[in-house]
Ligand binder design. Structure first.
Ligand code: ME8
Length: 554
């Protein structure tokens, strides 16, 4: 079997769909923010491409049934409540999803039924008596090696989640996973499918043992909040099979239109659900005659002050509350700046405040306030560069360092975005902004402010004082223009990470929307020979008067 390169130029990205058994926390938001930043980068880099970003909620199964019962709310209403909280959170966080799927929707039930029938017709499903240790919380049967025995009580618990298991005997439908081991291995081994590479290794380890067949239905009398198995009302579809199919539903499956998006370009998941997405999911797809995803991007977990987040520890970080402290853009920035996919990240208020104050308020915000200060820039303009002054200024070491940083930023950040290393994008931008602040201080523009005599500028007089005035004025304009060019470039690069804040920055600088694309990065004093403004204009451009120059308050 060969998986060919995707024919369609369109980009399809997914987040996991989240269980509605509890409110969203920063871990859930993190998956969505990563995926959103990937999609925003695609739009920036390839504006001609269509992008589909699907997220949503996973609403079936015993866990949800129980959560609703505990609250004494009808289960459908309970699902509505939590699903709405996710929807709001994502809207408030600037997640630009093009679909929000709920597994309780009719379109999804249709997709699951169709997919089930396809597996059945192709001979991948059989009926069998099954017994084993079942963990309700994990929604799965566990083998002996996945259990911990409490010798004092004789009770068994899931090693991974710590939740209790029960001995369960039932007849249900099995999926011939064992027959697809080689196919799955072939898919994984193509390389680059599972990123970062650390998770490819983990998956290959899992695949080094023979895969058992997997139970894909439950008796309807035990799990009734689920999708019925077609042609057998006594059974319901296993929640993980149901949940995984959401990615097809969102693409339009079973209608042929799903082919426009299939297979997904990238599927973002947390490390906790690697087995389901790295083994079951490609196996289900291959069995149904469909192509597995092009890439799985697996991220590690957030801990809080070094501890795993959990309700019992009462240390779950509510993203809505965190956004009140840091602003939503600040929270996005912190998550993408501090999160690295291959190892767990630690959320701490002290660290978040320190980073946001020093990078967003001081480094970025301050540079904009300086360039827009009325004392230096009374006309409130994005001025033009003057060739003679530019040639002289770039002799300064501080200007050379800034120029170097700007010359490298496009290629470096394109690579970092392609690798989904958002923290490295931020690194490049912040060091460029440091270079710009340093240049500004070294160039001392405040010493070039126009004296009152400047009123005669352009009047044609040639006395020495006036010539000096004109030179000073042009030097001042050039320093401000170089600073604004840097801010503009950094603002364009950071848009996928902080869309609103960068929008405000680019608005203030009066950059037209069609000039905020990746391809506009080539147009700045450091990369174009001509001393021109962006888009080769040579005029001075008024700043947006109505937009505040304060980007981020400490
Ligand atoms: O597993 N740090 O849903 P779920 C970072 N419904 N990310 C975290 C995290 C943390 N501490 N905790 C959770 C399910 N996540 C299934 C998925 S997909 C077809 C079905 C993120 O609500 C991470 O992406 O338990 C993880 O994989 C996901 O939330 C699990 O969310």
């Amino acid at each position: 079997r060969r998986y060919c390169a995707r024919v369609s130029q369109d980009f399809y990205a997914t987040t996991p769909i989240f269980y509605v058994n509890a409110a969203p926390h920063i871990g859930h938001l993190y998956s969505a923010v990563i995926t959103d930043a990937m999609c925003r980068y695609q739009r920036l880099k390839h504006p001609e491409q269509s992008v589909h970003l699907c997220t949503g909620t996973d609403e079936h199964g015993t866990k949800i049934q129980q959560a609703a019962a505990t609250q004494g709310v009808p289960v459908a209403q309970y699902c509505d409540n939590i699903s709405t909280r996710y929807r709001h959170l994502f809207r408030e966080s600037g997640i630009n999803n093009t679909d929000f799927i709920r597994t309780t929707e009719e379109r999804h039930k249709q997709a699951v039924s169709h997919f089930w029938r396809t597996l059945h017709t192709r001979g991948h499903i059989y009926s069998a008596a099954y017994s084993g240790w079942y963990c309700i919380s994990d929604e799965t049967f566990l083998t002996d090696s996945q259990l911990r025995l409490d010798s004092s009580t004789g009770a068994r618990f899931s090693l991974e989640s710590g939740h209790p298991v029960e001995w369960t005997e039932e007849t249900n439908y099995m999926f011939r996973l064992s027959a697809l081991q080689d196919e799955v291995l072939y898919w994984v081994k193509q390389g680059g499918r599972i990123r970062p590479a650390k998770f490819e290794k983990i998956l290959l380890d899992m695949l080094s043992e023979p895969l058992p067949d997997v139970s894909v239905s439950r008796p309807a009398n035990r799990v009734h909040w689920a999708i019925p198995v077609p042609e057998d009302q006594s059974q319901t579809v296993y929640v993980w099979l149901d949940a995984l199919i959401n990615y097809l539903t969102s693409a339009g499956y079973p209608d042929e239109k799903y082919r426009r998006w299939w297979p997904p370009s990238i599927q973002v998941i947390g490390k906790d659900i690697l087995k389901f997405h790295g083994i079951y999911w490609p196996a289900f797809l291959i069995a149904a005659g469909l192509e597995p995803p092009q890439q799985l991007f697996v991220h590690s977990h957030w801990t809080v002050d070094g501890q795993k987040m959990s309700k019992s520890k009462q240390n779950v970080v509510d993203p809505v509350a965190a956004a009140k402290t840091y602003t939503m853009e600040g929270l996005r920035y912190f998550l993408l700046r501090e999160g690295v996919a291959h190892s767990d990240g630690n959320f701490s208020n002290v660290k978040a405040l320190r980073i946001l104050n020093s990078e967003l308020a001081d480094t970025l915000g301050n540079l904009l306030s300086r360039a827009c200060a009325k004392s230096l820039n009374p006309q409130q303009v994005y001025p033009r560069l003057h060739a003679v002054q530019l040639a002289d200024l770039v002799q300064m070491d501080a200007a050379k360092r800034l120029q170097d940083a700007l010359q490298q930023i496009e290629a470096r950040c394109a690579q970092h975005y392609a690798d989904n290393n958002f923290y490295l994008v931020v690194d490049s931008v912040i060091s460029t902004l440091h270079a710009a602040n340093n240049f500004f201080e070294t160039a001392r523009p405040w010493e070039l402010k126009r004296p009152a005599a400047a009123a005669t500028l352009g009047s044609g007089t040639t006395d020495a004082a006036n010539v000096q005035n004109i030179e000073n004025f042009e030097r001042l304009e050039t320093i401000i223009a170089m600073t604004m060019d840097t801010l503009r470039i950094c603002g364009i690069v950071l848009q996928p990470i902080m869309p609103q804040l960068c929008g405000k920055l680019l608005d203030k600088l009066a950059v037209p929307p069609e000039q905020r694309l990746w391809r506009n990065l080539g147009e700045c004093f450091a990369t174009t020979a001509a001393p021109s403004l962006f888009s080769n204009e040579t005029v001075t451009r008024p700043l947006a008067a109505h937009t505040d120059a304060v980007l981020f308050r400490r």
